[in-house]
Design a protein around this ligand. Structure first.
Ligand SMILES: [Fe+2]
Ligand SMILES: [Fe+2]
Length: 148
């Protein structure tokens, strides 16, 4: 995956959503580099927490857009968001006790879960949101600077 942007299978067509996803993967890639480089545990834990905070804000943004667009996927998507949030909590816990290859693998697994989520839910709701014309603009106006 291109760390600077978002690869085609993950493209939602909504810029602010793509930007969040890119940023999330960039931070998690940094986490993996820090683990592989035997960085201080404190730094690794704090980077994972940054990714977790970003994920929570991002889910709020997505669920708002879905509700505005009356998208049926909102329930299933919110459930999946909660599952992934739980995985983030587990990763923060793991980062305090394990390290090395196991923690690296756990971080990689979480990235794959997020990829799967984007392909299953995010791309689909984004298509519906994009079809209800004014909504993306509204969403962009409300959330533009959240992650700057
Ligand atoms: Fe999502
Ligand atoms: Fe997303």
């Amino acid at each position: 995956m291109d760390e600077g942007g978002i690869s085609k299978p993950l493209d939602t067509g909504i810029r602010t959503i793509n930007d969040d996803h890119s940023k999330l993967f960039r931070i998690l890639a940094e986490v993996r580099r820090a683990i592989q480089g035997n960085d201080e545990r404190e730094n690794i834990v704090s980077a994972i927490m940054t990714a977790r905070d970003l994920f929570h804000l991002h889910c709020g943004k997505e669920e708002f857009l879905m509700r505005e667009a009356n998208c049926d996927l909102v329930e299933g998507s919110a459930r999946d968001h909660r599952l992934i949030a739980g995985e983030f909590d587990k990763l923060v816990e793991n980062a305090q006790s394990i390290g090395g290859a196991d923690l690296d693998q756990a971080t990689r697994n979480l990235m794959m879960i997020i990829v799967k989520h984007i392909m299953t839910y995010d791309r689909e709701y984004a298509r519906e949101v994009n079809e209800s014309l004014d909504i993306p603009d509204l969403g962009l106006m409300m959330f533009q600077d959240v992650f700057e």
